[in-house]
Design a binder for this molecule. Structure first.
Ligand code: ZN
Ligand code: ZN
Ligand code: ZN
Ligand code: ZN
Length: 346
């Protein structure tokens, strides 16, 4: 789905060079839909509404819907994607239908469309039953007899997976509860390893919190462009003080991939740079958190680095966020986050 939406953005962009193409351009799946209806001779209200309420970019029905100042509709994912693309290319984001400027100030949510869409029927992904969209999540999660399930003995090594209506039958015949302790040890050890990794992260954070020297800063990354022939987007914070030294954070997209707009998976990485000249080495642990102003969905990852007079900057390190979250960040003007720093004292 993501892949498809990206390519349709490209297609719409290219065809926009020719104004006549824009009006006559019909994405392939839309064409099929229309001709299907004519072949049947029925033209259902819900199909006609779907054609009207769909996202102008991906043609899906939007759960969260934005509109341009002329009323063209975009789903939240495509809206963020268009703004992020424009930010990377240093262009003004425009509506794929009418080319008017789109941004967070002029585009508003359209709640009527969101509510209308939630009433339109959709097929359950597992049993093909038609249900209003607002019921779909609950049906697929809790009610559908065809929803995929795994055996309750998966923790002791049963790999059975199947539809919900077969699970009772399988579990009553499953061989795993009869296995000896010796036989299920392998499966248990695997679970232990995963839990130990999580436990280690928490232990690391707790032991860092006992350090003598801890500081945090709520920072704001702002977009800049390099002055190369082909300019590149990067982000930087203003200088901030920690442990009596001056620091900045720099961030870049997809580790400076040549054409970040051509990739579906976006990522951000950052580096911590000390701007003061250090006279003694500083061993530092640091951790980026969403902070009070960010609202980023981020996993916790602790990095450490020894800053010296010669080594003033870390490598570029992954910011542990997913691709959609990354588009959301790129679409907004600035990126807010909290950086916690722990100084190792010897
Ligand atoms: Zn869309
Ligand atoms: Zn428009
Ligand atoms: Zn179902
Ligand atoms: Zn089983």
């Amino acid at each position: 789905m993501e892949e498809g939406s990206d390519s349709s953005i490209q297609v719409l962009r290219e065809s926009s060079a020719d104004k006549e193409n824009v009006s006559s351009y019909e994405p392939p799946n839309k064409k099929i839909k229309v001709s299907d209806v004519h072949a049947d001779g029925k033209h259902k209200l819900e199909d006609r509404l779907s054609d009207i309420l769909c996202c102008a970019v991906c043609l899906d029905l939007p759960k969260t819907c934005y509109q341009c100042s002329n009323g063209h509709l975009m789903c939240a994912g495509c809206f963020n994607h268009l703004l992020a693309d424009a930010r990377i290319k240093d262009e003004t984001a425009t509506c794929p239908n009418c080319r008017c400027e789109i941004n967070r100030n002029v585009c508003i949510r359209n709640l009527a469309v969101e509510k209308a869409v939630s009433e339109l029927p959709s097929d359950c992904a597992f049993c093909n039953q038609k249900l209003p969209r607002y019921q779909l999540d609950y049906h697929q999660r809790e009610l559908c007899q065809e929803r995929p399930c795994s055996c309750r003995y998966s923790r002791i090594g049963c790999h059975w997976e199947g539809p919900f209506h077969e699970i009772a039958d399988h579990e009553s015949n499953c061989a795993h509860p009869m296995k000896t302790g010796e036989e299920v040890m392998g499966a248990l050890e695997l679970i232990d390893t995963q839990q130990q990794e999580e436990q280690k992260l928490y232990n690391d954070i707790f032991s860092l919190l006992s350090f003598e020297k801890i500081t945090f800063n709520d920072l704001q990354l702002k977009p800049f462009r390099t002055d190369d022939f082909i300019t590149r987007l990067y982000y930087e914070t203003t200088r901030f003080t920690a442990f009596n030294q001056q620091w900045v954070i720099r961030a870049k997209i997809n580790s400076d991939h040549k054409n970040p707009t051509h990739t579906v998976n976006r990522s951000l990485s950052y580096q911590l740079v000390v701007k003061s000249k250090l006279t003694a080495p500083m061993m530092m642990h640091f951790l980026a958190l969403s902070g009070p102003f960010g609202g980023i969905k981020m996993k916790s990852k602790i990095y450490n680095f020894e800053f010296t007079g010669e080594l003033a900057e870390t490598e570029y390190l992954d910011l542990p966020i997913d691709s959609a979250e990354c588009n959301k960040l790129l679409a907004s003007k600035t990126i807010n986050f909290r950086l916690v720093m722990f100084l190792v004292t010897k």
